[in-house]
Design a protein around this ligand. Structure first.
Ligand SMILES: [Zn+2]
Length: 407
């Protein structure tokens, strides 16, 4: 197998039993197995852990909407070819959501807000649907159903910079964990194609100015790219290199002064008058599926301990060691460690090779010696034998490693 094949997320996804496609469900619609779901949830929880420190609150929305919401947001025209449409039995037209922002505006719009209550920060990891053409689909990196780890900040114009900087910190903290360094693309409006964008060009100039100030102030490694803006506002896109040196676009922070205008979103300012607010779109992973494909290829399936679906393979050498192995298993699981008992009739060598193929970070072997001394013989992925240890010491050690998110 070539290097690229050894890293191919489609091949690894099958070999490591992370996700599957079914002809009956359809192409571009991945199904996640128990192991793949563990990884998705861990990534999502990590983003949430970082976000909640900055005052984000979770919200939840239905996956469909009336046509009117997208007519008002402008998405109906802009996305009409990519929308999955639904006709109700009463003849109304609905659509599956291709993004979450219009729904979130309606949560914000539920009541009047004082400037004192600003910003409002809504986080929502939820699936979106786009009718991509079959030829554009690829494994889980480009799909028809994907999960955005989405968030929208509703804030005053004067709070924009501060909110951007908070998201900036979350993005950098998150990607540092995987050893990714980020390059920033300042994605701008193309004056030659003014018709493509919503809103007037003075508003765009202000928005672009704020974003430029941020990258300058952060002394970021950045470049400007005309024509890469979203149709509703400029954005900061983050690009990283994986272990094979390939570029991937990952996180994005987008300023939006158009949608609040369209939905008439405001707060009451110090002088008692309504003040138009702005909206910030802030996905950290972007799409969980796509980010997972990047990680699978980056690590060639050998995930760090905290992300590994199986963290420890427990291998009794013979039948006489199975009761002891089950006891060890129980202790590890009670400590929150994902351990799996491999007690099939296969030879020990074969079971070790299988655990290695599955890229399990730790293999704990036990035979007569271990049973009599109440220990485990531990092998660490990439490091070989690490010697004998008690189940208690072993679980303390790897719990620390899990917590650090390193390794
Ligand atoms: Zn959005």
């Amino acid at each position: 197998m070539s290097n690229a094949e050894q890293h191919d997320h489609k091949i690894l996804g099958r070999e490591l039993d992370l996700f599957v496609f079914s002809d009956l469900v359809g192409s571009g619609l991945p199904l996640f197995t128990p192991k793949g779901t563990i990884i998705r949830n861990l990534l999502d929880e990590y983003v949430w852990e970082l976000r909640k420190n900055y005052g984000y609150e979770r919200v939840e929305i239905p996956h469909i909407t009336k046509k009117e919401l997208y007519q008002k947001s402008g998405h109906w025209d802009k996305f009409k070819d990519e929308l999955f449409r639904i006709k109700t039995r009463e003849g109304h037209e609905f659509a599956l959501k291709p993004m979450n922002c219009p729904h979130h505006t309606q949560i914000y719009a539920r009541k009047p807000w004082s400037y004192r209550e600003m910003p409002q920060r809504y986080a929502n990891s939820t699936m979106c649907y786009r009718d991509e053409q079959t030829g554009e689909l690829g494994g889980i990196s480009r799909t028809r159903a994907f999960t955005q780890d989405d968030a929208h900040v509703f804030c005053r114009m004067t709070q924009t910079k501060e909110e951007f900087l908070k998201i900036w910190d979350i993005v950098h903290e998150f990607y540092k964990t995987f050893g990714f360094t980020l390059k920033t693309r300042l994605s701008l409006y193309d004056p030659k194609e003014a018709k493509k964008y919503l809103g007037d060009k003075d508003v765009w100039a202000v928005a672009e100015g704020i974003l430029r100030e941020i990258v300058e102030e952060k002394k970021a490694d950045y470049f400007e790219s005309i024509g890469e803006a979203a149709f509703y506002g400029p954005k900061l896109d983050f690009i990283t290199k994986d272990s094979l040196g390939r570029d991937w676009q990952v996180a994005t922070i987008q300023l939006d002064m158009n949608m609040p205008e369209r939905f008439d979103l405001s707060c009451v300012s110090e002088n008692g008058k309504p003040e138009r607010i702005v909206m910030i779109h802030a996905a950290i992973m972007g799409s969980i599926e796509r980010f997972m494909s990047v990680l699978i290829e980056h690590y060639a399936g050998a995930f760090p301990l905290w992300l590994s679906p199986v963290q420890v393979a427990v291998l009794p050498i013979g039948e006489g060691h199975q009761a002891y192995a089950r006891e060890v298993m129980k202790k590890l699981v009670a400590e929150g460690i994902r351990a799996e008992l491999e007690d099939s009739n296969e030879t020990l060598g074969k079971r070790i090779r299988e655990a290695e193929t599955q890229k399990v970070p730790y293999i704990a072997v036990m035979g007569d010696k271990e049973v009599s001394l109440n220990t485990l013989a531990v092998r660490k992925r990439g490091a070989g034998d690490t010697g004998a240890t008690s189940a208690e010491d072993f679980s303390q050690l790897i719990k620390k490693e899990i917590q650090s998110k390193l390794g």
